[in-house]
Design a protein around this ligand. Structure first.
Ligand SMILES: Cc1cc2nc3c(=O)[nH]c(=O)nc-3n(C[C@H](O)[C@H](O)[C@H](O)COP(=O)(O)OP(=O)(O)OC[C@H]3O[C@@H](n4cnc5c(N)ncnc54)[C@H](O)[C@@H]3O)c2cc1C
Ligand SMILES: *[C@@H]1O[C@H](CO)[C@@H](O)[C@H](O)[C@H]1NC(C)=O
Ligand SMILES: *[C@@H]1O[C@H](CO)[C@@H](O)[C@H](O)[C@H]1NC(C)=O
Ligand SMILES: *[C@@H]1O[C@H](CO)[C@@H](O)[C@H](O)[C@H]1NC(C)=O
Length: 337
């Protein structure tokens, strides 16, 4: 660090903020980055997620090309970590997945990843009987997951090792950040208040975490039913998708509905010990917001509103946000890098 390094503030310690900070440190020779966040680790939405690499087909950036680019770059970013000696510490895990439907062939297809993943194929007749249910349609695909319970602490360590500073506290307004050359706004759902952004809507999710180390595949069924293997044998069972609900309490009716659906699909799960119940508000916005803004003379780059796909797509959007940030800094006489 050097006193000529641009002073950068990142708001948010979810997967988006920490990934932005990591990429900033890689792309700039000299950095002086301070990361502000109210919540860390298990208290973030990122840590509620199963973190599977499977975007909903409605996931949207500003253009179809940019959406594809985010997804593609994210996939290769995760592959690079997966191939490295750090994959376990970083909480990245590869597995294959089935998606089944009784009602609709189209839900088993996914134009955003069919050409990207090494395997994405229709299932054969006998595979429809792998789990309970009169499944009519199905696809099989290779994928991976990012366990934020390990990934966030791993990112935080890298950030600090490279000289990053972490401040625990709420940012109430931009004025408090006026001394920075640039601010990255990665506040997730917090942007709703911070930014008065009415396009940001919560889609409430609730999941059950259960110990099922024998589970080797992910399974999706109708009505938002999913069973996703996880780190240390802890699977994520879901779920619900409640639009415009702010309720952060565990709802016992949601729990009952989730368990009924996953037990029906895979009765062996009845023996899996339930270890946790989690609720999170997906920061839904169409499109996801990755763009610069001048706020009262301060350079801001926004990167928020990833909805239900912010874990898998954090790298692609972060690379994009950092590109914008570097271009903005080039117009800044104090920035030498
Ligand atoms: C049940 C459920 C399942 C999911 N499954 C998946 C999945 O399988 N795959 C996937 O890719 N995604 C999934 N998601 C979505 C994913 O969790 C989110 O898209 C992602 O976590 C968003 O990350 P983020 O960093 O933007 O937000 P967050 O993790 O919410 O982090 C926001 C950060 O900003 C801070 N902050 C906000 N406002 C302020 C402020 N004013 N001052 C200081 N700090 C502030 C917060 O304290 C926090 O540190 C799921 C979500 C839920 C709820
Ligand atoms: C980094 O930025 C902070 C915040 O502006 C400043 O107080 C600190 O002196 C800077 N550190 C270095 C090494 O430039
Ligand atoms: C996808 O990303 C990789 C790695 O960044 C790049 O080499 C490749 O050209 C990209 N492919 C497409 C179709 O954008
Ligand atoms: C985040 O973005 C919103 C929307 O433009 C803005 O009003 C808010 O000030 C930003 N906050 C920070 C800390 O960047």
């Amino acid at each position: 660090m050097n006193k000529d390094s641009p002073k950068i503030a990142v708001v948010g310690a979810g997967i988006v903020g920490l990934t932005v900070a990591k990429i900033l440190q890689e792309k700039l020779d000299k950095t002086n980055i301070t990361l502000f966040a109210e919540k860390f680790h298990h208290d973030t939405t990122s840590c509620v997620a199963a973190g599977i690499f499977r975007p909903g087909t409605s996931f949207k950036g500003p253009t179809p090309e940019i959406t594809k680019k985010w997804i593609n770059e994210s996939w290769y970013y995760w592959q690079d970590i997966l191939k490295s000696f750090e994959s376990v510490d970083a909480g990245i895990m590869a597995f294959d997945s089935y998606i089944f439907s009784k009602e609709n062939y189209h839900v088993t297809r996914n134009h955003l990843i069919e050409d990207l993943l090494p395997i994405y194929r229709p299932v054969q007749e006998d595979e429809l009987k792998l789990v309970n249910g009169d499944w009519k349609y199905g696809s099989y695909f290779s994928t991976l997951k990012v366990g934020c319970e390990k990934h966030l602490p791993w990112l935080e360590q890298i950030f600090k090792r490279k000289g990053g500073v972490i401040v625990n506290g709420k940012v109430d307004s931009f004025t408090s950040l006026a001394k920075y050359d640039l601010v990255l706004n990665c506040s997730g759902f917090g942007a709703k208040y911070l930014c008065n952004d009415h396009d940001l809507v919560p889609i409430r999710g609730q999941v059950v975490k259960a110990h099922a180390p024998w589970l080797k595949f992910a399974f999706y069924g109708d009505y938002d039913t999913y069973i996703i293997p996880g780190l240390d044998g802890v699977a994520t069972l879901g779920g619900v998708r409640q639009y415009d609900s702010y309720n952060m309490e565990v709802n016992k009716h949601d729990t009952a509905a989730i368990l009924e659906r996953v037990y029906e699909m895979l009765p062996a799960l009845k023996k899996a010990k339930i270890v946790d119940h989690k609720v999170g508000l997906r920061p839904h916005r169409v499109p996801v917001r990755v763009e610069p803004e001048m706020v009262g003379g301060l350079k801001v780059v926004h990167c928020y509103g990833h909805g239900g796909y912010g874990v898998m797509c954090a790298p692609g959007t972060a690379i994009h946000a950092v590109e914008i940030a570097i271009n903005l800094l080039k117009g800044n006489s104090r920035a030498h890098y």
